[in-house]
Write a protein that binds this ligand. Structure first.
Ligand code: H79
Length: 452
């Protein structure tokens, strides 16, 4: 029989607890046998999110759709944000892109308006990517947009002011891996072609990072959260994440911490991230973690690139983008959908056209997405379910037949089409045989509303 809470999530919560218990046992084992934790390490107090943080999590879970923005000095060569590593460009050469980076067309108001028009409730922008280049005014290094480019202005300040003005939330992406900073040493998997000295003090790098994060959390008003990436470069290093997380939560208690570590969430993290995969699936190859009870987010690209890539015209269709959003919601996750801003600061027109059309769809059907949780019918090849206020929304995405068999729903009284109109169904044993509306009437998503 159907339950009000997603049954998959409850089961996962239980297995999450088991895994947490196992992790504690493992940690104990490692600590005693390999003595990897310094003797002075404080006892591991449990992380209890503050009231402000809990409210922020509840907001986040309702938001369901955000805009990811990849933008940095790598936009100039226009071959993606990994160009430094992939083309083996040494630091001294890579730095020559900075004098060419003059994004005078950047219009924060326009970016925020586009996000709102697309139905997105927040923006997550790269403050610093793997190349270490700060897209904000920082005193910690001159490797930043104000000091190293002819633009000389702080686009994150413009974006933060505009986001506050237009009522949209702003997260800062911050790469833990750094191919430019001399103290990011010893190196991890990547960054071996930069020509930098084989020396450095990692603790000093962590201090640098904390100082930049302090700037991001004090100079830009209320920030919705920090989105970390790149820890997978050195998963066994002592990142001092507990201290960094405590710093963030002390500076802004409502700021959510997201770490795209490709590992199970650790204390201090507020959202579990999935890169290019729905929670629980692993097509991209780095999503082997259990789905936790935290709010979930999945990030994805509109074409095949994060950072602006001039040659990449492989944009997903509008129905495909909508399906990804709906399937994310049906898996209890937000979709963080990326655009790669151009070196001029312009938005690629292929991206803005598509986003406007996703926004049109959401203006009609958003009620079946925003504020919902995953529904009681688990994700299927044909579609997903969401639920809100006792109503279940069944999203029929990839199914061109006239009938659909659903598991029976406790106390079901009627089914209607989202746009009105009664939908006929029969009970057969523990199942419902539903007469679907014509597929041609809603080619993107036939939404049924199950009422009890
Ligand atoms: O910021 C975006 C990516 O740059 C970052 N996370 C998203 C949000 C990311 N970095 N690495 N990964 C994601 C996964 C690793 C991909 C790799 Fe590769 C495969 C690194 C080397 C081989 C892709 C292909 C990048 C370079 C070549």
């Amino acid at each position: 029989m159907m339950q009000r809470t997603p049954p998959g999530r409850a089961a996962r919560r239980l297995s999450g607890q088991l895994i947490a218990a196992l992790a504690v046992l493992l940690t104990l084992h490692v600590n005693t046998s390999a003595a990897q934790t310094p003797a002075s390490a404080p006892p591991q107090a449990a992380y209890v999110p503050s009231e402000a943080n809990r409210q922020a999590r509840a907001w986040f879970e309702k938001a369901r759709f955000g805009m990811f923005i990849h933008w940095g000095v790598y936009s100039v060569p226009a071959r993606g944000e990994w160009v430094m590593e992939n083309s083996r460009i040494p630091i001294a050469e890579y730095e020559k892109f900075a004098p060419q980076f003059d994004p005078t067309h950047f219009d924060a108001a326009r970016v925020v308006r586009l996000a709102r028009m697309a139905g997105m409730k927040y923006i997550t922008i790269t403050a610093k990517h793997h190349d270490g280049f700060a897209m904000f005014a920082t005193r910690q290094s001159s490797w930043n947009i104000v000091d190293a480019t002819p633009y000389k202005r702080d686009p994150l300040k413009q974006l933060a002011d505009e986001a506050h003005r237009q009522g949209i939330k702003l997260f800062f992406y911050y790469s833990l891996m750094d191919w430019h900073h001399p103290d990011y040493y010893p190196l991890g998997t990547y960054g071996h072609f930069t020509g930098r000295a084989a020396a450095g003090n990692f603790d000093r790098y962590v201090k640098f990072m904390d100082a930049q994060l302090t700037e991001l959390l004090t100079n830009y008003g209320p920030i919705a959260g920090i989105w970390f990436d790149g820890m997978w470069d050195k998963p066994n290093a002592d990142w001092h994440m507990r201290e960094t997380y405590a710093l963030i939560h002390r500076l802004q208690p409502a700021a959510l911490i997201i770490n795209n570590s490709h590992l199970s969430p650790i204390p201090g993290e507020d959202v579990q991230e999935f890169e290019k995969d729905l929670p629980g699936s692993n097509t991209a190859g780095f999503n082997q973690t259990q789905v936790s009870a935290l709010p979930l987010e999945m990030c994805d690209t509109m074409n095949d690139s994060w950072g602006y890539t001039a040659s990449d015209k492989n944009y997903k269709s509008v129905p495909d983008l909508i399906h990804r959003l709906v399937r994310a919601a049906g898996s209890d996750a937000n979709l963080l959908l990326n655009i790669g801003l151009m070196p001029t600061g312009d938005i690629p027109p292929q991206a803005s056209e598509r986003l406007a059309r996703v926004g049109q769809w959401l203006s009609h059907y958003g009620d079946s997405i925003y504020g919902t949780r995953a529904g009681p019918i688990s994700p299927r090849p044909w579609g997903v379910s969401t639920q809100k206020n006792g109503k279940i929304y069944v999203h029929v995405l990839d199914w061109n037949e006239h009938h659909l068999v659903l598991p029976d729903v406790d106390g079901l009284k009627r089914i209607r089409s989202f746009d009105g109109g009664e939908v006929r169904f029969q009970r057969i044993g523990n199942e419902l045989l539903v007469d679907l509306p014509e597929a041609s009437t809603h080619p993107i998503d036939r939404i049924l509303v199950l009422e009890r």
